[in-house]
Design a protein around this ligand. Structure first.
Ligand code: TMP
Length: 201
């Protein structure tokens, strides 16, 4: 089976990470190698950058550049080699998150993200992106009952509304790649929707 690059996206509190073990299990059952990874992070350097990104305040463009620095390393060390040997790569977030958070919510010009994307990814794009979509109130309510929030999770409902709108715009602009999952349903229903997407791969 040919290599595939699958990404998971959504606002904080949308519940995407809960589904990772199930997705890994479904893919592994097909006999393919699955490399499960995340952004920001995925490499030793990337995880160090993640700690800075999630806890230090910085200019939104600095944040964008560090996201892409971590991404460059992630592609070189993890994603490209895995795809080259025919593995499936499952990444908890990728560049759509930069469009949603840094461009959509923090006002970085989308054109600058486009330029970095071309430079760093050189044409590499996910084959499928599962967007876990929930109304802003649901995300905010889930976060307020969660563990100690990081820098992003402490943002306002208005900030999350911009993220959601930016993600849904990305989905409309890339209809072949995006699968929007209604994550505001009982977990079993969300799981079924995820299963249907993976089964159709
Ligand atoms: P996580 O909580 O899903 O692990 O993601 C960490 C945070 O990083 C999350 O709040 C979204 C944010 N983020 C960006 O702002 N831009 C990006 O490009 C990526 C990959 C994540």
């Amino acid at each position: 089976m040919a290599a595939k690059f699958i990404t998971l996206e959504g606002m904080d509190g949308a519940g995407k990470s809960t589904h990772i073990p199930n997705i890994i299990q479904m893919l592994t059952a097909r006999g393919v190698e699955v490399v499960s990874t995340r952004e920001p992070g995925g490499t030793l350097l990337g995880e160090k950058l993640r700690a800075l990104l999630l806890h230090e305040s910085m200019h939104p463009e600095t944040e964008t550049l560090l996201m892409f620095a971590a991404r460059r390393e992630h592609i070189a060390q993890v994603i490209a080699p895995a795809l080259a040997r025919g593995a499936y790569v499952l990444s908890d977030r990728f560049t759509d998150a930069t469009y949603a958070y840094q461009a959509g919510a923090k006002g970085v010009e989308a054109d600058k993200v486009v330029q970095l994307e071309h430079w760093v990814q050189a044409g590499l794009q996910p084959d499928i992106t599962l967007l876990f979509d929930v109304p802003v109130e649901v995300s905010v309510a889930r976060l307020s009952s969660a563990r100690e929030p990081d820098k992003f999770e402490r943002e306002s409902a208005e900030f999350f509304a911009k993220i959601r709108a930016a993600y849904l715009l990305r989905a409309r602009e890339n209809p072949d790649r995006f699968k929007v999952i209604d994550a505001n349903q009982p977990l079993a229903e969300v799981y079924k929707a995820v299963e249907a997407v993976i089964a159709a791969l």
